[in-house]
Design a protein around this ligand. Sequence first.
Ligand code: SF4
Ligand code: SF4
Length: 127
Amino acid sequence: MPRSADLNPVAPGLLALASAGNFSLLEERAAPLFDCQSCGACCSYSSEWPRFSTEDDAQLDRIPQDYVAADEAGMRCDGVRCSALSGEVGKSTICGIYDVRPDVCRACMPGGDDCLMARKAHGLPAL
Ligand code: SF4
Ligand code: SF4
């Protein structure tokens, strides 16, 4: 679950809007696409989702063993829900290992295809 501030896909257009003096549009576009902390859908989508991929051993060693699946191939899930996720999906959620979360979690960007798929599965709106 990336924080919404991690990457804002509309950011490259912001300077152009500012230089054109269109500050009301700038303000609108600068709003985050989604607030991940009131979502969590991608963290409760599939037990196959939070798998380890490109992490090195040092990265993996920082993930508490309690959260790691028995086969050590990814995060331990309860059903489709990652064990590191706290809170209620669609309302208020937090990743218990945010700073050391797997690379797939970092790659899932608010508004991206994976994000929208997970949100749809939870009945959460797209843009
Ligand atoms: S490790 Fe954190 S960001 Fe990744 S799926 Fe689990 S709760 Fe979500
Ligand atoms: S599904 Fe999208 S908005 Fe929800 S937590 Fe994941 S990346 Fe953020």
